[in-house]
Write a protein that binds this ligand. Structure first.
Ligand SMILES: [Zn+2]
Length: 251
């Protein structure tokens, strides 16, 4: 069930049976000439909504702007500072925990969010640890990066090998082409040169633009197809649905 499409009495009823919730988190940043700026948020949301359908879990609204300062050299990219993203996550969790949610399962679509999301979890835990002991159930948070799922590593190796790369990967681009076939067909035509983008280290926005001029890192998203995207979505959903159930079943 999507929180945004539920009524408050429905949420009340849900909480009597489960205190778990899935929170999709992504980014709004360039993905090379053939990838949507919304790739990381669109993919995280699609995986989360399908995991929610499969497990009966509540799915929160997507946190669509993440920590992407290094992409700001490209038109359309947006970022939150790490400190802002930590505040967004804390306020979101505290709002939900007020109602009784205490198991937070984040499905993330953007590598650049990982350090900040983990820092936010530690802020939330510190709040509880520094307070006097209480009978209130403690919050538990887990971060799952769909693009790092074991099943995805296997599938991307089979489909793309070394052309998977690190940013604007064919896996994530394929997933968005599956979700938005008409827009995908429109953007997929842009030329990619060289075919496989260079690899290297990321620093700030200026160095990124200089070292990776079309925005890709190590990838050839020209290999992405909507058919691959359907398989990638199914693999991520199957693995994360099992992970969600295990997480909510923990003592
Ligand atoms: Zn991405």
């Amino acid at each position: 069930m999507r929180l945004q499409l539920a009524t408050w009495p429905e949420v009340d009823t849900y909480l009597k049976g489960s205190t778990g919730i899935i929170i999709p988190i992504g980014s709004t940043e360039q993905h090379g000439p053939t990838g949507f700026i919304g790739t990381d948020a669109l993919t995280a949301e699609a995986v989360a909504v399908d995991v929610g359908e499969r497990t009966g879990a509540m799915v929160a609204p997507t946190i669509s702007v993440g920590m992407a300062q290094h992409h700001l050299g490209f038109a359309g990219s947006m970022t939150l500072r790490p400190s802002t993203l930590i505040a967004v996550i804390r306020d979101s969790l505290e709002s939900l925990s007020r109602h009784g949610f205490d198991r937070f399962f984040f499905i993330n679509g953007h590598g650049g969010n990982i350090a900040t999301v983990n820092a936010a979890f530690n802020e939330v835990y510190a709040e509880g640890s520094l307070a006097p002991a209480s009978n209130r159930p403690s919050l538990r948070c887990v971060l799952k990066n769909w693009f790092l799922c074991q099943s995805i590593a296997k599938l991307s190796e089979e489909l793309y090998g070394d052309a998977e790369g690190r940013h604007a990967t064919p896996s994530e681009v394929a997933l968005t082409y599956h979700l938005f076939p008409e827009d995908g067909a429109r953007i997929a035509k842009a030329p990619l040169s060289p075919e496989i983008a260079p690899l290297g280290t990321i620093y700030d926005a200026d160095s990124y633009r200089r070292d990776f001029p079309d925005g890709r890192i190590g990838s050839n998203p020209g290999l992405a197809t909507a058919e691959h995207g359907a398989r990638i979505l199914e693999a991520a959903v199957a693995e994360l649905a099992a992970d969600y159930q295990a997480f909510c079943g923990e003592d």
